[in-house]
Design a binder for this molecule. Structure first.
Ligand code: BV8
Length: 243
């Protein structure tokens, strides 16, 4: 059952912003960031794998962890949550989707405007030059070498203790403070500065909605908490809003 005032507000809203986290891809079979320790990687914590230091210390291990995750993502399909978010772009005059996810599933579901705060695992860049590399000679090196400078290649994602992409952060901050309704979906609200966005929306007077089967640091501050799976809750929610 959805709060009637939320349905009314969404139906009349002009500006809606959404922040998604790994929980939105969970129903596509992509392990959430903190579940990625299942199986092969049980003995490592993601924070020990997704940092420049970890890469310098053991580039092969980190490259192979991402190669494993890239394979999972390639086999994954967008789920009803991704599809509902793609439809939301057509329901509101100003709609901005901001994602912490690096799997590119929002784009594959048809979302056209996606702000990727943490990069994209399907893109590769040179560790030394920072330039995106779309093809390289397979020489058996792991990680492969940059065709331009011979340095290591790495996934084009934002690691812990790496600076955030400035343009994306500015877009996200603007969309979070200018919206009437902010939905935080499938994120543990644990990683900054992305996790500050729903609180900035609150401070700016937006109605903040959380969709997550578990409580997070945002739960007690959100105006509405919809406890459930994004792939179930979102399609039901927009069915009430689109009519
Ligand atoms: C920065 C890409 C500053 C990589 C990710 C020391 C030095 C510098 C910075 C710091 C520091 N100490 C702390 C920091 C800040 C740090 C940080 O926040 N650390 C945390 C651990 C405390 N942040 C950073 O380092 C950021 N950079 O601050 O720069 C700076 C400035 C100048 C110079 C240097 C530094 C960069 C952070 C980016 C990290 N990269 N990903 C990769 O993917 O490999 S973060 C990673 O975790 C994910 O991408 C995701 O964004 C993030 C959070 O995860 P979630 O998406 O929320 O997923 P999670 O598994 O946590 O939760 C899933 C949720 O879904 C759960 O709540 C669950 O209940 C729910 N769920 C499950 N199923 C469903 C569901 N919900 C709905 N439906 C379902 N079906």
């Amino acid at each position: 059952m959805f709060p009637p005032d939320l349905i009314r507000q969404l139906a009349a809203a002009k500006r809606v912003t959404v922040l998604t986290g790994a929980g939105v891809s969970a129903e596509s079979g992509v392990p959430t960031f903190r579940d990625t320790r299942t199986g092969l990687w049980a003995k490592f914590s993601p924070e020990d794998l997704a940092t420049p230091r970890a890469f310098r210390r053991n580039p092969r291990l980190v490259w192979e962890w991402y190669a494993w995750r890239r394979q999972l993502v390639a086999e994954a399909k967008p789920n009803p949550a991704h599809l509902a978010l793609a439809e939301m772009e057509t329901l509101f005059p100003h709609f901005q989707l901001i994602t912490q996810n690096v799997d590119g599933l929002h784009q594959r579901a048809g979302s056209r405007q996606v702000v990727e705060l943490h990069g994209n695992i399907t893109r590769t860049k040179c560790f030394d030059e920072g330039t995106v590399v779309s093809s390289w000679k397979e020489t058996g090196d792991v990680p492969p070498k940059c065709p331009n400078c011979g340095g290591w290649l790495r996934p084009d994602v934002v690691w812990f203790e790496e600076a955030m992409p400035q343009a994306e952060m500015e877009l996200a901050a603007e969309a979070s403070t200018a919206c009437e309704v902010f939905l935080s979906i499938g994120t543990s609200t644990a990683v900054y500065p992305a996790a500050s966005l729903p609180f900035e929306a609150l401070r700016s007077g937006a109605t903040v909605v959380e969709i997550n089967p578990q409580p997070t640091p945002l739960t007690e501050r959100a105006h509405h908490t919809l406890p459930g799976a994004a792939g179930v809750v979102l399609p039901e929610l927009i069915a009430l809003v689109r009519n």
